[in-house]
Design a protein around this ligand. Structure first.
Ligand SMILES: [Zn+2]
Length: 325
């Protein structure tokens, strides 16, 4: 008879379990999303995302101090413009809401890593990520605008630009535009693999970016595909991406693993609004233990290969990690 296998030996005590633990989550892994709006003294909770707020620029100081205290070192910014127009002007305006927020945060906390979402969908009335011509989201004519957005963010002081539009060639267009404007050291975190997902529902409330006609299936990926994810990521690497992102995360952990095994760039997982709101809603009903489920979800992302997690839970996670010390 084979020797009797006793796997439970390594689970006997907390010290033993921590000795053999394969993955951990720390605040170093986390990027916290912030939504900025025009106005003063605005701190408005997003109805479908309890605990997530729209903040005006004057409210950023308290936010940044809290993040510093929690040891969260990175944020990603999304903006809601004062007005929308067909060419998404505020997305690349020097005094646009995101550009103002970048300057304010870098002023308050020069060491805070500021990532910016580069897209058009919040800034035009059609709610599409590219320029719409004759009822179709055009590719090549969108690139110039998207590259302008990235350059304007770099000019305001962004540390990383993160294009989320899923137009073909945008990493190449952004890399060239950044380099031409002297921003050779600003990295691109590409939303390389972004699926046309129903998990974005609450975000579209938060960012007021619901498409006004059709959907995003002509540019975002089909949830059924994984080999296509490799092609998307490969292309973005060739075009100059410095990070690869998978969005959403929870239903796509196989894709995270696939990218991690196929490429040597850092892989980020976007734990999206719907993933957040599902846990929040269940926890508010007393159906699940929020902390335990969130931490299990995060360790799942790490185990699947994510180096970085963008999550609305970042502040909660940081508090729990502090408490557990
Ligand atoms: Zn978009």
């Amino acid at each position: 008879m084979e020797p009797f296998q006793r796997h439970r030996r390594l689970r006997k005590t907390a010290a033993m379990r921590s000795l053999v633990r394969e993955n951990i989550v720390t605040t170093d892994d986390l990027i916290y999303p912030i939504f900025v709006v025009h106005g003063n003294k605005q701190k408005n909770e997003v109805p479908s995302m309890p605990g997530v707020f729209h903040l005006s620029i004057d409210m950023l100081e308290a936010e940044v101090r809290e993040l510093e205290q929690l040891d969260i070192k990175s944020v990603i910014l999304f903006g809601l413009p004062a007005e929308k127009d067909y060419i998404s002007s505020e997305a690349y305006a020097a005094d646009g809401i995101v550009q103002q927020a970048i300057r304010r945060i870098k002023d308050l906390a020069p060491d805070m890593l500021v990532v910016t979402d580069v897209c058009l969908c919040q800034y035009n009335p059609l709610g599409h990520c590219g320029l719409v011509e004759d009822g179709y989201v055009t590719n090549d004519n969108s690139l110039e605008l998207i590259a302008k957005v990235a350059v304007s963010h770099a000019e305001a002081g962004a540390d990383i630009v993160a294009p989320s539009d899923m137009m073909d060639g945008r990493v190449y267009a952004i890399r060239n535009a950044l380099d031409d404007n002297g921003f050779v050291d600003v990295p691109i975190m590409s939303y390389a693999v972004k699926y046309a997902s129903a998990y974005y529902g609450p975000f579209r409330d938060a960012a007021d970016s619901k498409p006004q006609f059709g959907d995003r299936k002509t540019y975002q990926m089909d949830p059924a595909n994984v080999r296509e994810a490799i092609r998307e990521a490969q292309t973005d690497i060739e075009e100059g991406a410095d990070f690869l992102m998978v969005k959403p995360a929870l239903a796509y952990m196989d894709v995270i693993k696939e990218l991690k095994q196929s490429f040597d760039l850092p892989v980020a997982a976007y734990n999206v609004s719907g993933e957040y709101s599902m846990i929040k809603a269940a926890a508010q009903n007393g159906w699940i233990d929020e902390q335990a489920v969130v931490m299990e979800t995060m360790i799942g992302f790490k185990r699947s290969g994510a180096d970085i997690i963008l999550t609305y839970f970042a502040k909660d996670i940081a508090k729990w990690l502090k408490e557990s010390k």
